[in-house]
Each structure stands twice: as structure tokens, then as C-alpha cells.
Design a protein around this ligand. Structure first.
Ligand code: HEC
Length: 174
């Protein structure tokens, strides 16, 4: 029994030393071009989903969905630069976003599968080490308007988006 435990201890020490050499010796590539094994990617996605689900506790405000709210959301979405990575109705993403990994997802698809609270939390806090920034510097009502916009995204035409975002911001806009 003692031999058995000693062997396990020795293996643990060797594994730790091996990992230290691998990571701190520079053998691990941090480049986005180095593809991680599927199992690692799936684990990271699982961790992200579980984390967002547990943290997303803010209830959406009782604001009724209105054309004004959607318009504000569309404008904020463009002005905050979301289109650069995610694109938008009739708006191409910037070329650089094609070199990002993970890929900025198509929000038409993602928004359907997430609760408003989850979308709000992600936009406010970002997702560490993925390139998704946190927009916590913006006021909560602005972020909620983006959530309302995202939830409606599949129904928003290129023309609507163009018209809503072309409107000159009202004087004294917050
Ligand atoms: C610099 C690029 C970049 C910008 C700008 C950006 N995002 Fe993202 N976003 C990402 C990436 C990359 C991911 C994917 C993260 C992942 O797969 O874990 C992502 C993921 C998301 C998700 C999905 C999270 C999920 O649950 O799957 C939402 C929602 C989102 N972004 C909304 C926004 C909004 C709204 C804005 C603007 C206020 C924005 N993003 C700006 C890069 C960006």
C-alpha cells in the first residue's frame, strides 16, 4: 500500500514538472492559428455557458418593447462597434474579425438561444480571453436596449437598420 501511494505521489510530481516545462518552456503555442483539441474547445464552451447561466441574475426592466427602444438599441449596437466583429443587418463585419478565434458568432442565431438576462450579462461583462469586450462603462438601460434589439434581430431588415441608425442622435443624447 505504501509503495502504491509513493508511486502515485511520484507520478503526480512528474506530471506537474512536465506541465511546467511544457507551458513555461514555451512549447505551448498561444497563437490563434494553433487549433486546440476538440475536447478542450468543448470544455471551454461548456465552462462559458455554465458561467454565464449562473451569473445572469439581473431581471430585465419592465420597459415595454417599443419602436423607440429598438431604435435606441440599433444605434447603440452600431455606435459601440458591435458590427465590427458581429456584423449586422446589411452591415459586413470588419475584415480583422475573420482572424479572431473563437469566431464572433452570428448574433441572429445566438440571441434566440439565450435569455435576456444572459445576453445582458455577457454584453456588460464580456467574455475573458475571447476578444468579446465588456461594455460595463455604458449605462444599464442602454445595454438593455441592445438586448431588446438582439432579440428582434431576425425580424429586422437591412432597410430598417439603415434608417434607424442613420437618424441623427437627438440633441442632448445621454
Ligand atoms: C472585438 C470584437 C468584438 C466586439 C467589438 C464585440 N464582440 Fe461580442 N463576441 C466576440 C467574440 C469573439 C465572441 C465569442 C466568444 C465565445 O465564443 O466565447 C462574442 C460573443 C458575443 C455574444 C454571445 C455570447 C454567447 O452566449 O454565446 C454576444 C451576445 C455578443 N458577443 C454581443 C456583442 C455586442 C452586443 C457587442 C457590442 C456592444 C459586441 N458583442 C461586441 C467579439 C466581439
Amino acid at each position: 500500500m505504501r509503495n502504491f501511494l509513493a508511486t502515485i505521489g511520484l507520478l503526480a510530481i512528474l506530471a506537474g514538472a512536465g506541465a511546467a516545462v511544457y507551458f513555461f518552456g514555451g512549447f505551448y503555442s498561444v497563437g490563434v492559428t494553433a487549433h486546440e483539441p476538440d475536447i478542450v474547445r468543448q470544455a471551454l464552451v461548456g465552462v462559458r455557458k455554465a458561467s454565464v447561466r449562473r451569473h445572469a441574475t439581473d431581471a430585465s426592466p419592465a420597459t415595454r418593447e417599443s419602436p423607440t427602444l429598438l431604435r435606441a438599441g440599433a444605434r447603440a449596437y452600431l455606435e459601440r462597434g458591435c458590427t465590427n466583429c458581429h456584423g449586422g443587418p446589411g452591415v459586413e463585419w470588419a475584415k480583422f474579425s475573420e482572424g479572431m478565434r473563437p469566431d464572433p458568432p452570428d448574433l441572429k442565431e445566438v440571441a434566440k438561444e439565450r435569455t435576456p438576462a444572459e445576453l445582458f450579462w455577457v454584453i456588460k461583462n464580456g467574455i475573458n480571453m475571447t476578444g468579446m469586450p465588456g461594455f460595463g462603462a455604458a449605462a444599464d438601460p442602454e445595454l438593455w436596449s441592445i438586448v431588446a434589439f438582439l432579440k428582434k434581430l431576425p425580424a429586422i431588415s437591412d432597410e430598417d437598420f439603415k434608417a434607424w441608425t442613420a437618424a441623427a442622435p437627438a440633441a442632448g443624447k445621454p
